[in-house]
Design a protein around this ligand. Structure first.
Ligand SMILES: [Fe+2]
Ligand SMILES: [Fe+2]
Length: 162
């Protein structure tokens, strides 16, 4: 197809992350349920609530484009979430579960940061300044979540070493 443009790519990628966010919304309560530390549990729960707002922002972006919000199967997030599920099953009840859950959470955030960073750039190139604002707000939440997870990992490693 020689006639596909950046507009098409932007819309397709929007559908990809919309699908991914809905999968993440279902996965986060399971990760919170598996977390043994109250801090990690609270972190996943807080981000679950933020994710609801992120889905709404994406719906607003679809609306700006005059499109119906629609997801498109994202194999990348399915793979990342599947790996997280494996960690929860295979490390259940072990001292390594905590580190594994943090790592699984960070893999999700890094995928989202890649997607939102790209979408924000493309929205700018397409002159969709309102979309840039919405995508940037979500990108900031994903980055903050990643940072919080890093903090939780460092704290628990220090506590163990002490
Ligand atoms: Fe998200
Ligand atoms: Fe996230």
């Amino acid at each position: 197809m020689a006639d596909k443009t950046l507009d098409d790519l932007f819309l397709d990628t929007l559908k990809d992350i919309y699908y991914a966010e809905k999968q993440i919304l279902k996965a986060l309560p399971k990760m919170a349920g598996a977390a043994q530390s109250s801090e990690l549990k609270a972190g996943f729960e807080k981000h679950r609530d933020e994710t609801e707002g992120q889905i709404e922002r994406l719906e607003q972006v679809f609306e700006m484009l005059g499109k119906r919000p629609q997801g498109k199967t994202c194999d990348a997030i399915l793979g990342i979430l599947e790996e997280g599920k494996e960690i929860m099953e295979e490390y259940k009840g072990t001292p390594a579960l905590h580190a594994g859950l943090v790592a699984a959470g960070q893999a999700i955030e890094h995928y989202e940061m890649a997607r939102y960073g790209t979408l924000k750039t493309w929205a700018g190139q397409l002159g969709l300044s309102n979309a840039v604002t919405l995508l940037d707000a979500t990108l900031a939440e994903e980055k903050a979540t990643d940072k919080a997870l890093s903090g939780i990992a460092t704290q628990s490693a220090n506590a163990k070493a002490a």
